[in-house]
Design a binder for this molecule. Structure first.
Ligand code: HEM
Length: 470
């Protein structure tokens, strides 16, 4: 039987996973942290809230046991910077990623060295800023197409709308394929996969994936289904003999310095990784952004004025640079990424003994850094739970210590698509604000943090016309 990502073993060239530290093998002195017998329940029920309370009660480095294994929450910006940048080689990706590999295979997001950097170098060119700028027209055209059937007075389910829009954008730009027929299928399978992935924040649960019970069987089926979509994209390109210099074209032609080509499985895994990491995250942040705009309607008018100015540069060579500079859309996007970071936790595993903020963390420990917790730290962000886009005006971001704001991660594992997402986010916010106003029908959505920080439910919105259209 062919190996699928779900059944593939961990690649032999990865660093061996260090033994976990149990209560008996943990160092005698570990930092304080939550020790309640209900800890696992609290962690599972609201992981971001659990981590935030741990920081509030126990400080920048807290320890706790989950599934009998030692975890550290490292919350100070200095520690975040060490884990993601200056000491990144002391860590591999941690809990959740083995489970994610069952869905995404060995793509960039889940790969470890030495494979990761080799692939990252091969895949960088479509994400170069000069190339990203050339995508602006397509992003805008697809946004126009998607909202062309919105009518003042009607309702939209914003979550699914943003998912299908960002999916079509990534599919068209990176893979040159109209796979809108598959949007629903991808969304259904991805919803299941993302829901199940989060559960393995509890170590050891992944052993249950082979159990013959519907909850886990559905996870397996969803992973295989997504793998099928990726294979179909590649097959279509090869069978039709299409040559394009988009990401898929690059992957199909790529040769390593040793003259090796990527295998069909590697190309398929990278394709799936880009489709998933390239649309789910952006769709969630946009859905949150419109939920905040509904709560803070004063920004609609400012955005609409900005949209008229910026979108008037459409067709000009420097269209993208106008979009990148758009101050209202930029500050709103930065603030939503702070409050609702789609990637809200980065689990790592210490490969060796290491110091974080000058404090000892032993080999084998699980280390969690969290965008959600650190980006709501009142030492760096006044009124941390409040939506205040104006805080990003001027040099605020530059004034922050390294590691205080990291919605796209940092170091060699930093998001490959950050500029792609920033451009796309501005275009979608501006174009929608130019045409419409959206108002939440059922109150501000609750969060449903899974592998991504997603709003719960489909987020129904009432559509009305932008004032200038009245
Ligand atoms: C607002 C939208 C997005 C956010 C907040 C985001 C955030 C992140 C973060 C935090 C990581 C690092 C994860 C870790 O350290 O464990 C990451 C990795 C990655 N992202 Fe994004 N992302 C977004 C959009 C995108 C888009 C649009 C693409 C592609 C089109 C993309 C592709 C990737 C890839 C390939 C990686 C793995 C990079 C590597 O390890 O070399 N992301 N993303």
């Amino acid at each position: 039987m062919a190996t699928t990502p779900f059944t593939a073993p961990r690649p032999a060239s990865y660093a061996p996973i260090p033994r976990p530290l149990k209560r008996k093998t943990a160092p005698s002195e570990i930092p304080p942290g939550p020790r309640s017998p209900l800890l696992t329940l609290k962690f599972q029920r609201d992981t971001p809230g659990f981590l935030r309370t741990a920081r509030d009660e126990f400080g920048d480095l807290a320890s706790f046991f989950l599934g009998g294994q030692l975890f550290y929450g490292a919350f100070a910006p200095e520690m975040v910077h060490e884990v993601t940048v200056s000491k990144q080689h002391s860590f591999i990706k941690g809990v959740g990623f083995d489970r994610m590999r069952k869905v995404l295979g060995t793509g960039l997001l889940t790969n470890e060295e030495p494979i990761h950097l080799r692939h990252r170098r091969l895949m960088q060119s479509p994400f170069h800023i000069s190339k990203i700028s050339s995508y602006a027209e397509t992003m805008l055209a697809l946004t126009e197409k998607h909202i062309s059937n919105w009518r003042a007075g009607s309702d939209v389910e914003l979550g699914p709308e943003m998912m299908s829009l960002t999916f079509d954008i990534v599919a068209e730009i990176l893979f040159g394929t109209d796979i809108s027929k598959d949007t629903e299928r991808v969304q259904r399978s991805m919803h299941i996969a993302i829901d199940r992935i989060e559960r393995t924040m509890l170590p050891g649960l992944d052993r249950m994936d082979s159990w013959p019970i519907p909850y886990f069987k559905k996870f397996h089926t969803a992973a295989d289904d997504l793998n099928d979509v990726a294979s179909k994209i590649i097959r279509t390109r090869i069978e039709r003999g299409i040559k394009r210099d988009d990401l898929l074209g690059i992957l199909l032609e790529a040769t390593t310095p040793e003259g090796e080509r990527l295998s069909a499985e590697e190309i398929s895994d990278e394709t799936l990784t880009l489709i998933l990491s390239g649309h789910e995250t952006t769709a969630n942040v946009l859905t949150w952004a419109f939920a905040y705009l509904s709560e803070y309607p004063k920004y609609w008018e400012q955005l609409a004025i900005e949209a008229e100015e910026v979108l008037a540069h459409r067709g000009e060579d420097d269209f993208a640079s106008h979009l990148f500079r758009a101050p209202i859309a930029s500050t709103i996007f930065s603030e939503v990424l702070r409050l609702c970071p789609p990637v809200w936790v980065a689990p790592r595993r210490a490969l060796e003994d290491v110091e974080l903020g000058g404090r000892f963390v032993p080999k084998g420990a699980h280390v969690l850094v969290s965008q959600f917790v650190t980006q709501r730290d009142p030492r760096y962000f006044d009124n941390p739970d409040k939506f205040i886009p104006e805080r990003w005006q001027g040099d605020f971001e530059k004034s922050l210590p390294k590691g205080a704001y990291f919605p796209f991660g940092a170091g060699t594992r930093k998001c490959l698509g950050d500029q792609f997402a920033l451009l796309e986010g501005r275009i979608i916010i501006l174009e929608i604000a130019r045409r419409f106003r959206l108002a939440l029908k059922d109150g501000f959505p609750k969060a449903q943090p899974r592998a991504t920080y997603r709003p719960k439910g489909s987020v129904a919105m009432k559509v009305s016309a932008a004032r200038r259209d009245l």
